[in-house]
Structures are given as C-alpha cells and as structure tokens.
Design a protein around this ligand. Structure first.
Ligand code: ZN
Length: 192
C-alpha cells in the first residue's frame, strides 16, 4: 500500500500538477491542471504507482488490462506487467472506441479497465461498453488519480491510487477570468 504522502511527492517530482488558468474538457475553468502523462516520462514513478494499483486488483484473477488510447496506453502496459497478464488498448475509429491491430478479448475473460485520470469517466464508460460487447467481464476500473471525489459509478469495483479534488468554476464565475488572465486548453503546446 502506497501512502498519500508518497503519491503527492511523486506528482510533485514529476511536475504533474500545473498551475495557471485552464479550460477543462468539461467546459469548466480551473487554476490547476493534472498533466498525468508526465508521470510516464519516468519509469521509476510509473512503476511505483502502477504496482500500487495492480496490487489492489491482485485477487481478481485479471486476464487482460485495457486502457483508452493514448492516455492509458503506457499505464495499461505497466499495470499488466505487475499482474503478469496481457494488455491491450482501445482507440477511436470514427469517434468510437474499438480494438485494432489484431487485439482481442475472449468471451468470459476478466478485464481490468485503466485510466490515468478519472474526472467524469466518459472514456472509461465507453471502454467498459466495448469490453462487454466483446463478451468480456469487467472485473474493475483502476485509475492513478480520481478527480471525481468518488462520485463516478462504473457499475463495478473502482479503485484509484489517490483521490484529488481540484477546484473548478463555471466560466461566468471564474476568478481568473475576472482578473483577465488568458486561459489555455490543456494538451495544447502552450503547456510547459
Ligand atoms: Zn476562467
């Protein structure tokens, strides 16, 4: 079991927590943004966090780990490595998540769905549907960071390495907009 202090230390060392003025995917604004992909720049950090998550699902007899591309490709690989099982990723084709590259899920296989950050859980829910449509059994959902405050319901066991609530605002109530600070859309090349 990894301590909350250690997780926060890793997020700080990997410079994951950005400060500024951000437009989130939800349309809300925030003064903070988690650039979780930065964790995976460093194998020692991704190994430590993914091992902690993998241990939470050790007793579930997972057959396959899957994550939505691109954000969870490396995470899926690392979690599966700790469990000693197969890993694949789902990617969008004409807007819908699908399996390409000859990836497959067999009927009845126990599948762990992983995602680096869960806010509303939209992508995860789509991947869960994909797994079910292929005949797989969703054994759980695992995230590095849960930003939902435990509010997301995937209809299965959901575990995260850390729960972090980051304050966000409707654009009309945003204190940073009121100070005329320009916002940026995370993921754009403006982010250092
Ligand atoms: Zn704003």
């Amino acid at each position: 079991m990894i301590s909350r202090e250690r997780v926060l230390e890793i997020l700080k060392e990997a410079d994951v927590l950005l400060e500024g003025h951000f437009l989130l995917t939800s349309g809300r604004h925030s003064g903070k943004y988690l650039q979780c992909a930065k964790i995976f720049q460093y194998t020692k950090y991704s190994e430590e966090l993914c091992a902690a998550l993998a241990e939470m699902f050790r007793d579930k007899n997972i057959d396959v780990v899957i994550g939505p591309a691109l954000g969870a490709v490396l995470m899926s690989y690392e979690v599966s490595r700790h469990l000693g099982v197969k890993n694949i990723f789902a990617e969008r084709e004409e807007g819908k998540f699908t399996l390409r590259r000859g990836f497959s899920i067999e009927k009845g296989q126990k599948v762990l769905v992983v995602e680096d950050v869960v806010t509303t859980g939209g992508s995860v829910k789509e991947v869960i549907e994909l797994v079910k449509n292929l005949g797989g059994e969703v054994a759980g959902v695992g995230a590095i960071v849960d930003r939902s405050g435990g509010k997301v319901d995937f209809g299965c066991d959901f575990k995260s390495v850390i729960s972090l609530e980051v304050e966000s605002y409707e654009p009309s109530d945003c204190p940073l907009c009121k100070q005329n600070i320009p916002y940026i859309k995370p993921g754009s090349r403006n982010i250092k």
